[in-house]
Design a protein around this ligand. Sequence first.
Ligand code: FAD
Length: 599
Amino acid sequence: PGGLEMHAYDVVVIGAGGAGLRAAIAAHDAGARTAIVCKSLLGKAHTVMAEGGIAAAMGNRWPEDNWEVHFRDTMRGGKMLNNWRMAQLHAQEAPERVQELEDWGALFDRTEDGLISQRDFGGHRYARLAHVGDRTGLEMIRTLQQRAVALGIDVFMECTVTELFKTDGAISGAFAYWRETGRFVVFEAPSVVLATGGIGKSFKVTSNSWEYTGDGHALALRAGASLINMEFVQFHPTGMVWPPSVKGLLVTESVRGDGGILRNSEGKRFMFDYIPEFFKAETADNEEEADRWYDDKKNNRRPPELLPRDEVARAINSEIKAGRGSPHGGIYLDIASRRSPEFIRKRLPSMYHQFKELADVDITAEPMEIGPTCHYVMGGVEVDADTELSGVTGLYAVGECSGGMHGSNRLGGNSLSDLLVFGRRAGEAAAAYAAGLGSHPSVAPEDLTTAQAAALAPFDSEGGENPYSIQQDLQQSMNDLVGIIRNGHELAQSLEEIEAFKERAKHLSVEGHRQYNPGWHLALDLRNMLLVSECIAKAALAREESRGGHTRDDFPKTSPEWGTKNLVLTLNSSGEGVDIAEKPLPVMPDELQTYFQEA
Ligand code: FAD
């Protein structure tokens, strides 16, 4: 109708990061006519930026490692709020998924014996991250992309989805625009897999790229699905703090995994002062033992620099607040005094170049200045653990835009494995559902008209505000009021500010035409950013305790009562905000509970 470009598929995957590509391959292999739609160029998804590695208990370095230890580490890292079934499937299936990547041509770094090498990361009991230097995401994307293209899966790139369609309560398709021409595209499909990544662009200081505007989170809400764990945002302890143009850019955790330590302006290795009770038994309490651990993990406990990210980020924040920070408001990360220049250049080539080129710092000779940066959202679409099906028939979610797997805090390396394990599962389930339908639902013509009108609305008003100024104010507000340390008063204020931003966003205007118009694109993204920011602030205000990626200085303790429930967000009746409700966690079976019974 109306000369719209239309396509019909069994499965449409939105997103071409690790999760989307793996889901599309699985759907195609299961016989589904499959398309991938992505906002940026193929190969540019966020996954490409992943540095450290893929967590999988392959046991190549430590034969003692197995899925049970990985499962336990993941649950403890998430402070037991994880969906236990997802954590179990993830730990069990990650080794197979990594092996499969290798079969498809990924070239991992090797051990002396020729096995896939595995490196140490925070919260993982054994060296467990399969890696390619510090460019693991690039290799993963290269491999998956080559396979997807070789299989002949259709790819629509630089094409942004703004709306999902439902017919009789079930998914019937998606609506998108081409970034270059501004023309619209309609995908008719009974199965849609959301694999759109995270939300970091709602914060001012972030390691995330321009694409991370929470589109999948918002699309799911608008389609009637629910989000969980949204109060849990991971602030990575080590982002660059200088120069200003790169503030927030990630400094991989591998620097610490490979021996780097944190010092304050007095030269003190301060992490020993911040070992929480929960991790005391497994963390070294003196420098000698911590340093011995790199070579002898059996007889020594791990260094406190490798505590889970939330612990390290909070410690850094406290040191800076106490006036022991570096000149540019960070803290020092020192590998230069601990490892040889050859070792550093070989193990951390990207970090070496990143600091040399961007900050004129030689990390083989001087310490880096780093500070916390908004990195990852644990929260996302609430899904069934085995199939990644959301609450809406035909709508699946996987990767960073899904919730549950990581609980209140994600361990490093557990995202890339999450993408592969659940990407495959979602693709298979989406294909099976489509194959089981007698006929495909069609999109109602009036829904097409509404979607077009909504996408064009930013052109309708004149003399309104520029979307960039609203975005900037939102980012500052989220950073200041919903950041690493929160309190009830500021969270309530943030919700008021978000309401005011929403009001301003109703009257924004964009200049120019539909051809390649970033202002218009931002206006459409902003709707999603505002909705998702509201979810984060609302859940953060409701959860009156501190746990994982959520720290309240008015409720500094972890509360046993809050450890039994999730907060679930759904679109409210106005369609422009969200409602929040408590929901009990799924109960872990007894045989899995035994892993947590020792001290
Ligand atoms: P992405 O890779 O972000 O892909 C999202 C896709 O969705 C993109 O193709 C985008 O174009 C598309 N998209 C979004 N919105 C729309 C829309 N509206 N319409 C159409 N398409 C859309 N994790 C680890 O496990 N190990 C690591 O070492 C590691 N290092 C990291 C380093 C950095 C710097 C960062 C930022 C993250 C790192 N992470 C790491 C986290 C991990 O990289 C991400 O969580 C993961 O890559 C997310 O993958 P994804 O497939 O869910 O989404």
